[in-house]
Ligand binder design. Structure first.
Ligand SMILES: *[C@@H]1O[C@H](CO)[C@@H](O)[C@H](O)[C@H]1NC(C)=O
Ligand SMILES: *[C@@H]1O[C@H](CO)[C@@H](O)[C@H](O)[C@H]1NC(C)=O
Ligand SMILES: *[C@@H]1O[C@H](CO)[C@@H](O)[C@H](O)[C@H]1NC(C)=O
Ligand SMILES: *[C@@H]1O[C@H](CO)[C@@H](O)[C@H](O)[C@H]1NC(C)=O
Ligand SMILES: *[C@@H]1O[C@H](CO)[C@@H](O)[C@H](O)[C@H]1NC(C)=O
Length: 507
């Protein structure tokens, strides 16, 4: 994380505290508060965990009863609640090649937890020497020469990669670790997973049933060419273990029926169709069939946990003016503090200045002159172009809007520079600094210019349970706090209070 520190303004714990405690706050007091906080958090967890365990228990029916998204009902006399899905229940299959692995493994290192905490393999076309315990172990895919591949100008490595699911099932067959396996999750070597959010998504579904979970492409044309019902492989997808076993039994026969398909993921899709299993779409998986800046997409993320980002080698670095890997490394800092809320958007107004403020927690703050409705602000701005290098709004599988309608409404963008826990107050403090993009438009509106702000501080309580299946999704609210220092805006983000809505009220 050394490079992260070098590239940003110093932002110490004490600085984060300046809004919460007076200047006489001593280090000693901070330290004792910290200890106390930890003690309280731990004791609360110990008291409440067993209670919630009992009160929400429910006999988990075996197949046939759909429980995927229904609220959990408590019932007397119910048996022990099955253990909820954790990272140890997942086996990853990372689709890679010997040629690119040396470079791409840097992305995998950002999210992979070694020493058995995560399970899975990197699948290569040939053996390479790897002496790095920070990475998943390597497996070499078995030979696929006997399979037909007829897509013109395609790459028959697609057959090797599509078989990773079956090869993983065979590898696990009869082993001790197979007993723990609930899901097989596929991803590419240029994909970063936010694994805590992956688990939050998988927890919603019964792993004993057949589930195929992922998302389609951002590119409408890609979805027309392939399918809206296909889980795009780079964004990653999850297959419940019983379904993976069913797939293993038929996949090699199935593949031979589709030699004209292009990739590995459309072969999985074809076999899923034969199995009669539809895609369960979870919009937090991001295939990123885009070029340019992800700014617009990640600043207006849907109300769902962000699970993955793919094509990291093709899009601009997620934070400007730094390398792609280092930019993702910076993204992992807020991801560790409050993964559930990473890139979740909240919208509020600076009433005095008539500015619209949009926070994408852990990523950006954008300040726009004038009052824009949440209906508009929740639409991603087109800071990217689609896979076929088209720029119009019809190229995407979702609504988009231009970055600004006129020069005066071009937003000022503040990118995350650092995020820290503020343990004494059970919250996080994240700092966003102004991005000086090269175009500074002339604007003749007689209203204050957000350019006077060069730094934004956001306070937020972590909210790890916001995606629990008994909770309806809801956007956070943000509040612009009174300014104490010129050039710095301070914002509080959190669950909306009773009757709190996003509206511009003239006092
Ligand atoms: C196919 O992909 C492999 C990597 O998986 C690469 O080494 C090879 O050059 C590609 N072949 C063609 C024809 O593009
Ligand atoms: C792995 O690397 C370490 C240090 O870099 C070295 O001591 C060790 O012998 C290496 N092991 C293998 C199998 O190459
Ligand atoms: C799993 O192992 C058993 C026993 O060795 C064997 O009969 C079965 O075919 C294997 N299944 C798979 C999917 O490899
Ligand atoms: C700009 O607005 C201020 C008050 O908000 C007013 O006093 C001033 O005359 C205005 N200037 C112009 C050029 O309209
Ligand atoms: C903030 O800016 C105003 C107006 O430019 C100035 O009068 C004031 O002294 C500044 N305050 C600080 C603390 O710099």
């Amino acid at each position: 994380m050394g490079d992260v520190k070098k590239e940003q303004k110093p932002f110490s714990y004490e600085k984060a505290k300046t809004f919460s405690c007076n200047s006489h706050c001593s280090m000693l007091r901070l330290f004792s508060k910290l200890i106390l906080t930890f003690a309280i958090i731990f004791s609360i967890q110990f008291v409440f965990y067993p209670l919630s365990f009992i009160s929400s228990s429910q006999p988990r029916p075996r197949p046939l009863i759909k429980i995927a998204v229904s609220p959990v009902v408590s019932g007397p006399g119910s048996g022990p609640k099955p253990e909820q899905t954790e990272i140890k229940h997942v086996v990853f299959g990372i689709a890679a090649s010997a040629k690119l692995w040396k470079h791409r493994r840097e992305y995998v290192k950002l999210w992979w937890k070694p020493d058995g905490e995560m399970k899975g393999f990197v699948w290569l076309d040939k053996h390479i020497n790897q002496n790095d315990t920070e990475l998943p172990p390597i497996r070499v895919s078995s030979d696929t020469a006997r399979f037909k591949y007829k897509f013109p100008k395609g790459n028959r490595s697609a057959i090797r990669l599509t078989r990773i699911v079956s090869e993983t099932v065979r590898l696990l067959n009869g082993t001790e670790s197979e007993k723990n396996v609930r899901w097989i999750v596929m991803g590419d070597d240029d994909t970063v997973f936010f694994t805590e959010n992956l688990i939050r998504v998988l927890r919603k579904y019964d792993h004993n049933q057949f589930y195929y979970i992922g998302s389609s492409s951002e590119s409408h044309i890609q979805n027309l060419k392939f399918s809206y019902g296909m889980a795009y492989g780079g964004g990653g997808f999850a297959i419940s273990y019983p379904l993976a076993k069913a797939l293993e039994k038929m996949q090699d026969r199935c593949i031979q029926r589709y030699p004209e398909l292009y990739g590995s993921d459309d072969r999985i899709h074809a076999c899923m169709a034969e199995l009669g299993v539809p895609l369960t779409r979870e919009v937090g998986f991001h295939q990123v069939d885009l070029f340019g800046k992800l700014l617009g997409l990640l600043s207006a993320h849907p109300l769902a946990p962000i699970v993955s980002i793919h094509h990291l080698d093709l899009v601009d670095p997620v934070f400007p003016n730094m390398g792609r890997v280092n930019a993702m490394k910076r993204f992992m800092v807020p991801a560790k503090l409050d993964s559930a809320s990473l890139t979740q958007q909240s919208i509020c107004y600076d009433t005095a200045r008539r500015w619209t403020v949009s926070v994408s927690w852990g990523y950006t703050v954008q300040i726009t002159r004038g009052v824009l409705s949440p209906r508009e602000m929740q639409i991603p701005t087109r800071t990217f172009i689609d896979w076929y290098k088209r720029t119009d709004d019809k190229s995407y599988a979702f609504n988009t809007r231009p970055f600004s309608k006129n020069a005066c409404q071009r937003p000022r963008v503040y990118f995350l520079s650092n995020a820290l826990p503020d343990s004494a107050l059970h919250r996080t403090a994240s700092e966003y600094v102004r991005w000086y993009d090269d175009w500074d438009p002339e604007c003749d509106w007689n209203m204050s210019d957000p350019s006077e702000i060069d730094r934004v501080i956001v306070y937020k309580k972590p909210d790890p349970d916001r995606w629990d299946k008994n909770k309806a999704p809801r956007r956070d609210c943000c509040r612009v706090l009174p300014r104490k220092k010129n050039g710095t805006m301070v914002i509080d983000v959190g669950a909306c209070k009773d009757d709190e809505i996003v509206e511009f009220l003239v006092k």
